[in-house]
Design a binder for this molecule. Structure first.
Ligand code: ADP
Length: 396
């Protein structure tokens, strides 16, 4: 069974083609285009590349196209992308303005080009559908809650991958199986005692932390929109609700300009004044740039804030996992996040930490009660797996 996972940006198309033949999971092809002006042509060129590489014989060889969709009104989980679901995505364009409109456009173009191939969306909010209500509510008036002003949580595909893989690596196949079947059985797969508590830190171009108990997320640092939680590369992260009206009045800017500045000129880029890439910021900090150091310090403090919140909420943790561009590659950032926490049973092995880059590893010391791990994430594989599961469960 071949499943294409298409990652749609406003001007980019990236893809991975997976083959699940004979019980395996094989990546057959990956590629992408940046600065896309003509989207139908980009889709055509993607299909041509897959044919030319011998990865796909033709459309009939494709079981489905899966998309890492972000958010929709009243819809989550892994679903077929029919007109009802696309309308539900459009209804929340205002919550994810950078993501939903290009996705809806892109999905419609895929449907025109591949009318007989099922199109499936795995929503980034799906992993949080079983989180306790108290962790997901804002204390807003009911009318605000009704229009969707609540915590949704994002990066669901990534944190789900970490939930499953960490459970495997921690010797808990029962929890891994629950994560695998989460959207089919809605968290009802039984698990054994003791509970497995994992804190997953997705630190990358955008960052979030999730607490995961027995394979089920209890929350995520991203709230109503992908514009919250930790500072991101260009985006502000958490901000007081009064800040925007105050800045609009005081700086004499429009609401739209305030939103643009907070999403394009803020975050690590805004703080450091150097770059939105943590590698450049680390280099500038090494050379004595105080703003660069401040950006790193704010990022680390925010990561610790959220890790601490889930540690407390779950009454401890069995493991803290680092993933994504920064989490997988930056030992200095991991070290700063874990510094001085021996009293909580959190202690890195400095040599293991420094040696670990983009590979699965335990990086805690023998004395560390809480295991520290690096696990490279694989969001596209999660989309492909869930797409396959949806096809199989609807067939039966
Ligand atoms: P996204 O959230 O956009 O998918 P990634 O998870 O790829 O992003 O993370 C991108 C960020 O991770 C970059 O901005 C950079 O700061 C950092 N990063 C990516 N690759 C590396 C690397 N090889 N070494 C160090 N940092 C990296």
């Amino acid at each position: 069974m071949k499943i294409l996972v298409a990652n749609i940006g406003s001007t980019s198309l990236k893809w991975r083609l997976f083959d699940f033949a004979n019980g395996g999971e094989r990546l057959l092809h990956k590629g992408g285009f940046e600065r896309v002006a003509d989207y139908p042509k980009a889709i055509e060129d993607c299909l041509a590349q897959l044919r030319d590489a011998g990865a796909l014989a033709g459309e009939s060889d494709l079981a489905a196209v899966g998309f890492k969709t972000v958010i929709a009104k009243g819809v989550t989980g892994c679903v077929f992308l029919d007109e009802r679901v696309l309308a539900a995505m459009e209804a929340y364009n205002g919550i994810a303005p950078a993501h939903n409109p290009p996705y809806v456009t892109g999905i419609r173009l895929f449907r025109e080009r591949l009318p007989r191939v099922p199109l499936v969306g795995l929503f980034e909010t799906a992993f949080y559908q079983f989180a306790p209500e108290a962790m997901m509510r804002y204390a807003v008036p009911p009318s605000w809650h009704e229009i969707g002003v609540r915590r949704w949580g994002f990066h669901g595909a990534s944190h789900k991958y970490i939930a499953e893989r960490s459970a495997e690596l921690l010797g808990r196949p029962d929890v891994a199986e629950r994560v695998r079947r989460l959207y089919v059985e809605r968290g009802r797969t039984p698990v054994n005692d003791p509970p497995l508590r994992v804190i997953s830190c997705h630190l990358g171009g955008s960052s979030s932390v999730s607490g995961i108990r027995n394979g089920i997320a209890i929350g995520n640092s991203l709230g109503m929109s992908p514009q919250s939680g930790l500072p991101h590369n260009n985006r502000v992260g958490d901000l007081d609700a009064e800040a925007i009206p105050y800045a609009v009045r005081t700086l004499g800017i429009t609401l739209e300009e305030a939103q643009r500045q907070l999403s394009k000129e803020a975050g690590l880029k805004g703080l450091s004044g150097v770059s939105n890439d943590i590698r450049d910021i680390l280099e500038a900090a090494r050379q004595g740039n105080a703003n660069a150091q401040l950006a790193l310090d704010v990022f680390v403090a925010s990561a610790r804030h959220w890790i601490g919140a889930y540690l407390f909420e779950m009454g401890g943790a069995d493991a803290i996992v680092f993933t994504a561009g920064i989490g997988e590659n930056q030992s200095e950032i991991r070290a700063a996040i874990c510094a001085g926490l021996q009293g909580l049973g959190i202690e890195l092995d400095a040599a293991l930490n420094e040696a670990t880059r983009r590979t699965e590893a335990f990086i805690s010391s023998a004395a560390s009660r809480i295991k520290l791990m690096v696990i490279p994430t694989n969001e596209e594989l999660v989309v492909a797996r869930e797409t396959k599961r949806l096809l199989e469960t609807t067939k039966n």
